[in-house]
Design a protein around this ligand. Structure first.
Ligand code: CP
Length: 314
């Protein structure tokens, strides 16, 4: 496998197993940059990368910025709340502006599913989806896969439980695509109102009993509960949610001793996960953030090479 088939990275649904493995393998040497005195590679020198964020972000935006800067790209950040978007600029106008700026790579987060796909069709630049509505968050899933593979040594044959608000979760969807393509078995768990019926069609099993599901789990990926959902009546009460679906030390005694706990962040500590578990040896939450930079470096490298990529990233 010499490269990605598309100029863009829009989701895991349409990536092959080989493409996913290529990204994960490319991220391994990228991670070595953390141990260097001088964190700078020439790989993207002369390239312009635009971070175009229509929704808030801490981890994804900063790690893309760091990944771009460590690879010597010129990085521009456009945040919708402080750009001409608030004056009514349309996505089409923004596209024209990006083309005039000569952007080579655009990293986009948008509340509308499909917005990065629209952009990708309209610009020559490589477009990377940093989260589109409740559709996909491919770079989060790739860093989750990287972290699992690093900690467990494999993905094939693992049992992964994803717990929380599956209905609104782009992280869950991208994880299901990626994990099943790499041979893991995925069970989603949450309140019935937050599990979409069609989720089984994309390869996940469904359970409403977390204690039963985690007994066989090698990995538990805990999703952020979007607190505004409670106002809409999608789960009964916070107390009940914590009792049925919260990950705490007592509950983890029912899981395997070496179970790995992930959370994409930001976490509501004391709700979907306790601080004690988040900071325990079974949690890889901090590593996920570090690995996010390495995985995003790999993605920037692969999309920037645009079909003629052969050399290693370092
Ligand atoms: N996991 C994640 O996407 O976090 P941010 O919203 O902070 O980017």
């Amino acid at each position: 496998m010499m490269g990605l088939r598309s100029k863009d990275l829009l989701g895991l649904e349409h990536l092959t197993r080989e493409e996913i493995e290529l990204i994960l393998d490319t991220a391994v040497p990228c991670k070595q940059i953390f141990t260097r005195d001088i964190r700078k590679l020439p790989t993207l020198r002369g390239k312009t990368m635009v971070n175009l964020f229509y929704e808030p972000s801490t981890r994804t935006r900063t790690s893309f910025e760091l990944a771009g800067k460590w690879m010597s790209a010129d990085v521009i950040n456009i945040v919708a709340s402080s750009s001409s978007v608030v004056k009514g600029e349309s996505l089409k106008d923004t596209v024209r502006t990006l083309e005039s700026l000569g952007a080579n790579i655009v990293v986009m987060r948008h509340s509308a599913a499909g917005a990065p796909h629209f952009l990708a069709k309209s610009v020559e630049a490589a477009v990377v989806n940093a989260g589109d509505g409740a559709h996909e968050h491919p770079t989060q899933a790739l860093l989750d896969l990287f972290t699992i593979r690093e900690r467990k040594g494999r993905i094939e044959g693992l049992e992964v439980v994803i717990v929380g608000d599956i209905l609104h979760s782009r992280v869950a969807r991208s994880n299901i695509w990626g994990l099943t393509k790499l041979g893991a078995s995925v069970t989603v768990v949450g309140p019935p109102t937050l599990i979409p019926p069609e989720i089984e069609k994309i390869g996940a099993k469904v359970s409403y009993d977390l204690d039963e599901a985690i007994r066989h789990a090698d990995v538990i990926n805990v999703l952020r509960i979007q607190l505004e959902r409670q106002k809409k009546g999608l789960f009964p009460s916070m107390r009940e949610y914590v009792s049925l679906y919260g990950i705490n030390r007592e509950r983890l005694t029912r899981a395997k001793e070496d179970v790995l706990v992930l959370h994409p962040g930001p976490a509501n500590l004391g709700v979907e996960i306790t601080q004690e578990v988040a900071e325990s040896h079974c949690s890889a939450i901090s590593e996920q953030v570090t690995n996010g930079v390495a995985v995003r470096m790999a993605i920037l490298y692969l999309v920037s090479a645009g079909g003629k990529r052969h050399e290693a990233a370092s």
